[in-house]
Design a protein around this ligand. Structure first.
Ligand code: DGL
Length: 269
């Protein structure tokens, strides 16, 4: 298939079920403003947090392979915790470029917490994964870790970037279990283990009474991406960035949200 980015500039393809990867894209752009980015949103199959591991493993490799073949990025970023904690090996097996996944920021949260009581807020899928249990065993030993899964927050982040008002009461109700009881009152760090959630961090702050550090993996991913890229072509202005959506709605507000994030073109596949 023809390459759509014919220059020699380094190029990253970011992938998520929807707009969540934009929180990662912003961190990547902050660190590497000259890096060309493309974006793929699997709007047709969202929310990933409600899908089984089997469904995601069956879908993602075959969905990404032709797009990577078309765009020939230097690196693919699976900017989605649910996909990363489930299907990363199966995705890597079919792609011939480096693939960076998202690792929930449990290690920095455990380090930062003074009370040694933290929460992991992800999709229902992510907080069930054995991979997250392993991260807790390795990096949060001695911490009390509360797990909370939410699909509603994914929907609210999508709504926000489609220009609709965020339902703050819904947000408050979703995160209430994290802060329940005596242990809840001790929670001083919350891992945002879904890339949609940093898009709502201001709203989450506004509905939380106690002082909490909200920690995501965006910056760590940007550092990892930078370490994998060649130096040549850097420093030039970025190429025109395109966001592709599988079966997504192309409403004006959503297009504008992608545009504001640097993706001038929005193409529905
Ligand atoms: N943004 C994705 C994540 O990081 C998932 C959202 C969804 O459930 O589709 O987990």
């Amino acid at each position: 298939m023809a390459r759509l980015t014919p220059d020699n500039r380094p190029h990253a393809l970011l992938f998520d079920s929807g707009v969540g990867g934009l929180s990662v894209s912003a961190e990547v752009r902050k660190r590497m403003p000259d890096l060309a980015q493309s974006y793929l949103a699997d709007d047709a199959f969202r929310p990933y947090g409600e899908k089984s591991e089997k469904q995601l493993r069956a879908r993602l490799p075959g969905l990404l392979a032709p797009v990577v073949d078309m765009l020939r990025p230097d690196v693919v970023v699976i900017a989605c915790n649910t996909a990363s904690t489930t299907a990363l090996p199966s995705i890597r097996a079919v792609l011939d470029v480096p693939v960076v996944g998202v690792v929930p920021a449990i290690k920095p949260a455990a380090k930062l917490s003074r009370t040694k009581t933290i929460a992991v807020l992800g999709t229902p899928g992510t907080v069930r994964r054995a991979y997250v249990d392993e991260l807790i065993d390795r990096f949060a030993d001695g911490c009390l870790v509360r797990l909370a899964g939410s699909v509603a927050l994914v929907e609210e982040a999508e709504a926000k970037l489609s220009g609709r008002a965020v339902d703050l009461d819904r947000l408050r109700a979703e995160i209430a279990p994290i802060f329940d009881g005596r242990d809840g009152a001790d929670v001083d760090a919350v891992v945002l283990a879904c890339t949609h959630f940093p898009l709502l961090v201001d709203e989450l702050r506004s509905v939380t009474r106690q002082s909490v550090a909200w920690i995501d993996s965006g910056e760590a991913i940007a550092r990892r991406v930078e370490s994998l890229l060649p130096d040549e072509g850097r420093g030039e202005p970025p190429a025109r960035a395109t966001a592709f959506s599988i079966g997504g709605t192309a409403d004006a507000a959503r297009r504008e949200a992608f545009q504001l994030s640097g993706f001038e073109a929005f193409v529905t596949l």
